[in-house]
Write a protein that binds this ligand. Structure first.
Ligand code: FE2
Length: 287
């Protein structure tokens, strides 16, 4: 299909490092994705956690689950979801922070939402005609407890050489100042990558570490602009753009879905935390 974005939108993306496209996804497709996410959580049986008195063991278990999630569909809890006794403090459906990281290839509803000619066209319009869908996340931002996501650049977490990671973030529910909308630093994609998040070793058991590349601090929240957007909006995010989202202190959830893509022509180092199993090669966004 032809272009989805006009020249002005493409120019805005390259100038600011992000682009807001309202009415990209239909209300029906947002509702279907939300129902699919809620069903995944409903069927999910939380594993029994070691008690917090054995912190090392708990960390080792969560590290392994996280590092294996690149090729699966896993539910991740909010911080402090578990009490001292190793049990959930509140009901499961309100304790989940997000689902990740391969629903786009393993769940038909997520696959349908992700692999569309329209999204492939948006990627092509901004210079990513050979986009591969690397990772997907469904973020709940639960009422009252949905946690902050500190200011970061996505290329820290999904690195390619050269840097090509691009985020496609969809508001599945209205995102407002009250319920923890995205904030972005206009033009911040023209600054250096600050950090890399790496596997400590080529093992799912070894954990992860940050390696500093550039000591320049990321912008503080006062230097960012809020992106309050209605459900159905697509926000395209350059991999170097500093962005942040606040705690949700409101009684309303703020569901969002994001897909991160990379160029097929770029190198994806094996020290990236997210690795797909050999029998699950990445798929092109474009058919
Ligand atoms: Fe991000």
């Amino acid at each position: 299909m032809g272009s989805v974005l006009d020249d002005q939108q493409v120019a805005t993306f390259h100038r600011d490092g992000y682009l807001v496209v309202e009415d990209f996804a239909s209300k029906e497709s947002c509702a279907a994705l939300k129902a699919a996410a809620e069903e995944i959580v409903d069927k999910f049986r939380p594993p029994t956690r070691p008690s917090v008195f054995r912190t090392d063991e708990q960390t080792r278990v969560s590290d392994r689950e996280f590092l294996q999630s690149g090729g699966g569909v896993s539910c991740f809890f909010e911080a402090d979801a578990f009490g001292q006794d190793g049990k959930l403090r509140t009901e499961k459906a309100l304790s989940i922070n997000k689902i990740g990281h391969a629903m786009h290839d393993l769940h038909p509803e997520f696959e349908r939402f992700t692999y569309t000619p329209e999204l492939a066209s948006v990627a092509a319009d901004i210079g990513l005609a050979d986009a591969l869908a690397l990772q997907s996340m469904y973020i709940f931002k639960q009422p009252h407890i949905g946690g902050e996501v500190g200011c970061h650049q996505d290329a820290t977490f999904l690195y390619t050489d050269p840097i090509t990671v691009t985020g496609f973030w969809f508001a599945i529910e209205d995102a407002t100042l009250d319920n923890g909308c995205l904030w972005a630093a206009p033009g911040g994609h023209n600054t250096a990558l600050r950090k890399l998040f790496k596997r400590a070793a080529q093992s799912d058991e070894a954990g992860t570490l940050f390696a500093e590349l550039d000591p320049t601090p990321l912008p503080s929240p006062s230097e960012l602009v809020p992106l309050e957007v209605p459900a159905g909006t697509l926000v395209v995010l350059h991999g170097l753009l500093p962005h942040w989202s606040d705690v949700n202190r409101s009684p309303k959830s703020r569901h969002a879905y994001s897909v991160h893509c990379i160029s097929a022509a770029a190198e994806y180092p094996s020290w990236n935390w997210l690795q797909r199993p050999a029998n699950m090669p990445l798929r092109a966004l474009a058919a």
